[in-house]
Design a protein around this ligand. Structure first.
Ligand code: VAH
Length: 316
């Protein structure tokens, strides 16, 4: 069975549903610090900093794969650096140890474009570009990739990682990231409200629609081990700046107004690549995005409008 930590986060919400759809509700155990009855699968409260509790779940639920999604994201992480370092690292260590002790071979660890630093900014950053992270979150992702390499080499485990760019999804409101403006702008546009953007107009970043992120994750984890040539794979679906996505939304909602008010997240964004070279992912296990800016915008507006109608109907 598959264990998911952080199942109620932005990635977890979509990935848990996808794993249930693919493997069946009896094959998935969703866990998080705070749980709700959202998923049609076993859902358990778990503080991933508690190795005993994690080990207990892995043992008693015949877990054979772990997707470790619990973490503090980039912007929120900068508010409490040491706590973020401790939480992001101790939880991954616990996952690696619980996996090792219970002979769970396959582990998924979400890495991020945050592993790169300002020296990678103005280029299509290659998978092998030096990792000079500028945030605690990024440091914890570099450390995570290195620990994945260590456990794979020393204990013959099969830990795999994707370096996600900003993820855009309609299923949940993300929190604590630097790329989350690209989700919030849709919610404001649908409500006919002005959007205040915390990044400067020209700040381009690599992004990925959630359906593509889920497809890449499952494709990576399903690939034969011999196809995997590295631990952290760059992937991206598109690269855009705030005014580019605003322009795309205006094709459907012409009156969208954006006010630019850069804050501390500007500096984080400017330390990340403008775009990623994801050739190794394409070569090794067939990565191929389906959503570009146009298609993602149409899909997000359609889904959020649908949710708005359903809510209106439910509360009518
Ligand atoms: C964040 N959405 O902004 C996450 C992600 C690449 C960005 O790691 O922190």
């Amino acid at each position: 069975r598959i264990l998911i930590t952080g199942a109620f986060g932005q990635l977890g919400t979509a990935l848990t549903e996808a794993l249930i759809n693919k493997y069946g509700s009896k094959s998935v155990v969703a866990t998080d610090l705070h749980i709700r009855d959202t998923f049609n699968c076993e859902t358990l409260k778990l503080d991933a900093t508690d190795l005993e509790a994690l080990d207990e779940i892995v043992r008693t639920h015949q877990i054979t794969q772990i997707y470790h999604l619990a973490a503090v994201l980039s912007a929120k992480g900068e508010l409490e650096p040491l706590k973020t370092w401790d939480l992001n690292n101790s939880t991954f260590f616990n996952v690696l140890e619980a996996a090792r002790l219970n002979d769970v071979r396959k582990v998924f660890f979400p890495s991020s474009i945050a592993v790169f630093g300002a020296d990678a900014r103005n280029q299509i950053t290659s998978n092998d570009f030096p990792l000079n992270p500028t945030t605690v979150y990024g440091i914890s992702k570099v450390a995570g990739e290195q620990w994945a390499n260590y456990y794979n080499a020393k204990y013959n485990m099969d830990v795999r990682c994707l370096r996600y760019p900003g993820l855009i999804s309609y299923q949940s409101l993300p929190g604590g990231g630097t790329t989350d403006y690209a989700v919030d702008i849709f919610h404001k546009a649908i409500k006919g409200e002005d959007f205040e953007c915390y990044l400067r107009k020209g700040t381009q970043l690599p992004m990925l629609y959630m359906d593509d992120a889920i497809d890449a994750t499952i494709r990576l984890m399903d690939a034969p081990k011999k196809a995997i040539t590295r631990v952290g794979y760059n992937i991206q679906g598109m690269s855009f700046s705030p005014e580019m996505i605003a322009e795309e939304i205006r094709k459907n909602i012409p009156k969208l107004t954006v006010v630019y008010n850069p804050d501390n997240r500007q500096k984080i964004a400017e330390s990340w690549p403008v775009a990623l070279d994801d050739t190794p992912a394409r070569m090794d296990w067939g990565w191929e995005p389906e959503y570009d800016l146009k298609r993602m915008t149409e899909e997000m507006l359609y889904r959020l409008d649908q949710k708005k109608r359903t809510n209106a109907f439910m509360h009518a």
